[in-house]
Design a protein around this ligand. Structure first.
Ligand SMILES: [Zn+2]
Length: 222
């Protein structure tokens, strides 16, 4: 399905919704019975949001959106897996989204757990959790070895977990592109943008960290 708006327009809608949320001037659009009735026969969201499952990142709330606006996919630490790629490809090909927004956040428990896995004495964690968090480990090790060369084991009180989280966010965007020819082709054709953002738990602000495709994020991308 063809996208209905440009990646830039989709991004600006997300920015303005987030700004309303920060300012406490939400419009709470598309959250009533009329909207429910209108879209009962089919969905046509313009944005797919792939983010961490953290309960403080409630997608429609922090972007001031409503029913049928966002195609939301979340797991702990926003780690790419086949089910994630399939969901994103569905959103692009069948629903015509113009933007994939990857949402990380500061003080992420999944990143902290991945840091713990890199110490010399990791905590006991369920096997599924350990396996799921593995894509975060290289980012933790990259940040650790950037500043430390004496030991391969990470010291939890010496590493900047948020820096590891931002690196993992960039890697997540790259992982999505590597895993999906459909998304790569859509980006190359100018129909899809991907923006990786970090959400501040304290002030609710969305900061773009990496962007791919035909859009300007309007903030310095670091
Ligand atoms: Zn998290």
């Amino acid at each position: 399905m063809r996208a209905r708006i440009t990646p830039q327009e989709a991004w600006m809608q997300m920015v303005s919704g987030n700004q309303r949320f920060i300012a406490g001037s939400q419009e709470h659009p598309h959250q009533d019975a009329a909207r429910r009735d209108l879209i009962a026969g089919g969905q046509s969201p313009d944005v797919a949001l792939f983010g961490c499952s953290d309960s403080r990142l409630a997608a429609e709330i922090i972007f001031d959106r409503g029913l049928g606006d966002l195609f939301v996919i979340r797991n702990i630490g926003h780690v790419v897996a086949e089910s994630i790629v399939a969901s994103l490809e569905f959103a692009v090909t069948e629903l015509g989204v113009a933007l994939v927004l990857v949402l990380a956040h500061d003080s992420c428990g999944a990143v902290k757990a991945a840091v713990n896995l890199c110490t010399d004495n990791p905590d006991e964690m369920p096997r599924a959790v350990v396996r799921t968090l593995q894509p975060i480990v290289p980012s933790v090790q990259w940040v650790w070895h950037r500043y430390n060369s004496e030991t391969p084991y990470v010291a939890e009180d010496e590493i900047d977990a948020d820096e590891a989280g931002r690196h993992h966010l960039r890697q997540t965007v790259q992982d999505i592109l590597r895993a999906s020819a459909i998304l790569r082709d859509s980006v190359a054709a100018g129909k899809l943008g991907i923006v990786g953002c970090q959400y501040s738990l304290t002030d609710g602000h969305i900061k773009p960290i990496i962007s791919v495709g035909p859009l300007e994020t309007g903030e310095a991308v670091s």
